[in-house]
Design a protein around this ligand. Structure first.
Ligand code: C2O
Ligand code: CU
Ligand code: CU
Length: 552
């Protein structure tokens, strides 16, 4: 419940009456090993006004990292902050140990070496820290950046891809500033920053150009569109290209979502266009609407400019046409799903705080909420019975939306995704395949409203290889229990999945037998047993693991 209800003392004095600023375009790096140095900085968003920031090898935000499908990507993440951090590769399919969720902590002064094979298709992904309860604050201060994945399929298409020339990153964030220049951390800001630039303009050549949009805001949702109705032509969503371009006059971007759009500026040299957020169109249940019982912001419920585009002379080798088709998209077949899980989002809260629950629970780092078999295809049905919309994100792969309230998604949501906005009262079914082992480092699923995420609207799952588990089981597998001694519940972690627990007292008498959800972690309640030592026997697939637990 931190900083959620700051009064609107500091009206958007800083956003009014200022000149337009050229859009900052972070450098694009294409390296064998990326060094990301997370550190404290001071940055001037407004001339003469110092703002304390964090950055990843930059004063605010980080470089755009270019990866190639099929290659190995390597990173060294240096934590030069005075608090823990980590780094998550949002949308990328990486094994659990490389995913950088809350269990992974980089202590101040430490370096985390990361290496993974790039498996995703060409697209726009991003990186941001994900430390327990600190994600929103660290991202708010500026740690985030884009990842562009390239592959030969995308390269075979006639699309703009000269970074900074006809292909531009557009990271949209709202921030609130104090008169002394520092950020106010909270769900909403009243200054719009694009790539960290307030009131930005971008010079674009009079031809087809590509914008890679990311909603990097804490909580605000943006219904994007052009002031004069100029079309946005969406070619890619969170997880890569669509099968064909989709012409839109509005593109909703919720937190963590990406979209690649083409603009056809042919013949428009000397003209200018204004990319807007049509916030007046948001329903009252979506953060950014003017919902009077929630936190306020000068930008809520109004239409406001995001990016001015000034059209300049075409380049020497312009792309002048938008392709009619892109790449075949083949969503997982519904009939191939082996299981449906229902995830109910409940609770009543504000934009900047809880209490929100997933299946009645808040995040507990010591609890694994789901165990998924490696290679399985599953349907996850996300049902929102809470009071507001939540952008739900699942680590460990991309999914496809099967339906929203029983209806197939619109064309622009039919590609691979990793965030889906689930409005209050809505129910969305997604289908996902689980092809990466967690190997002791669970994958998260959570609301990507960063305030909700840090307020525990998150859960975790592990991916296990059933076959390996059976073969690899032996009576010698270590089992760890904690806390021990305990007055109530003892949690356990074992090397292989177990599905039964039995407790014997020291005379050998069975005191308790329970069936567990299969997994490598779980808990047993000892609270109603007399104090003393017990033998805990955990069993699964023919193996018995024993250890001693002590009831205080
Ligand atoms: Cu973009 Cu779990 O995060
Ligand atoms: Cu993620
Ligand atoms: Cu939420």
């Amino acid at each position: 419940m931190r900083h959620a209800l700051l009064p609107l003392l500091f009206a958007p004095v800083l956003t009014c009456g200022q000149a337009f600023n050229p859009l900052a375009v972070p450098p694009a790096l294409d390296l064998d090993t990326f060094d990301l140095v997370v550190d404290e900085h001071v940055h001037q968003f407004y001339p003469g006004l110092n703002t304390a920031t964090y950055g990843a090898s930059a004063e605010y935000l980080g470089p755009t990292l270019v990866l190639h499908t099929g290659d190995t990507a390597r990173f060294r993440v240096h934590n030069d902050l005075t608090q823990v951090t980590n780094m998550h590769w949002h949308g990328l399919r990486v094994p659990g140990p490389m995913d950088g969720g809350p269990p992974r902590e980089i202590a101040p002064g430490d370096v985390w070496n990361v290496e993974y094979a790039v498996k995703n298709p060409a697209g726009t992904y991003w990186y941001h820290p994900h430390p327990h309860e600190l994600t929103a604050e660290q991202a708010n201060k500026g740690i985030a950046g884009l990842i562009i994945v390239q592959d030969s399929t995308e390269e075979a298409l006639d699309l703009p891809r000269s970074y900074g020339v006809d292909d531009f990153p557009v990271v949209v964030q709202d921030r609130r500033f104090l008169p002394n220049g520092n950020f106010v951390f909270g769900p909403y800001g009243d200054s719009v920053l694009v790539n960290g630039t307030p009131r930005p303009y971008l010079e674009c050549p009079a031809q087809v150009v590509r914008l890679r949009l990311l909603n990097g805001s804490n909580a605000r949702v943006y219904p994007l569109g052009f002031e004069d109705g100029h079309d946005l032509v969406m070619i890619a969503g969170d997880g890569g290209l669509l099968d064909a371009p989709v012409t839109l006059d509005r593109l909703w971007l919720s937190n963590g979502e990406r979209a690649e759009v083409l603009l056809d500026l042919t013949g428009l040299e000397g003209d200018s266009l204004l990319l807007m957020s049509f916030g007046s169109e948001l329903p009252a249940t979506v953060p950014g609407a003017n919902n009077l019982i929630w936190e306020t912001s000068a930008l809520n419920g109004i239409d406001f400019p995001v990016l001015r585009i000034r059209v300049t002379a075409p380049t020497a080798a312009p792309v002048t046409a938008i392709p009619a088709s892109l790449v075949p998209v083949t969503p997982y077949d519904e009939a191939s799903a082996t299981r449906t899980r229902t995830k109910v989002l409940s609770g009543n809260g504000m934009v900047g705080m809880g209490m929100f629950y997933i299946n009645g629970l808040m995040f507990d780092m010591a609890t694994v909420n789901d165990t998924v078999q490696l290679g399985a295809t599953e349907i996850w049905e996300i049902e929102n019975v809470s009071n507001m919309a939540h952008p739900m994100h699942i680590h460990g792969g991309s999914f496809y939306i099967l339906d929203r309230d029983g209806l197939p998604p619109p064309a622009w949501e039919q590609g691979a995704k990793d965030v889906v906005l689930v409005d209050a009262g809505a129910s969305v079914r997604v289908i996902m395949r689980f092809d990466d082992l967690t190997d002791g480092w669970p994958f998260m699923y959570h609301c990507h409203n960063l305030m909700h995420e840090d307020n525990m609207m998150m859960a975790q799952y592990i991916v296990v290889d059933g076959a390996t588990t059976i073969e690899g089981l032996s009576a010698n597998d270590p089992v760890q229990v904690y806390p021990c001694p305990t007055t109530s519940t003892v949690r356990f972690t074992v090397e292989h999945a177990v599905d039964r627990a039995a407790l014997f007292d020291m005379t050998g008498k069975l005191r308790r037998a329970v069936v567990l959800p299969p997994g490598r972690q779980g808990s047993i309640d000892l609270s109603d047993l007399p104090s003393g030592a017990y033998v805990l026997q955990l069993s699964g697939a023919g193996a018995d693991l024993r250890t001693v637990v002590v009831r205080e």
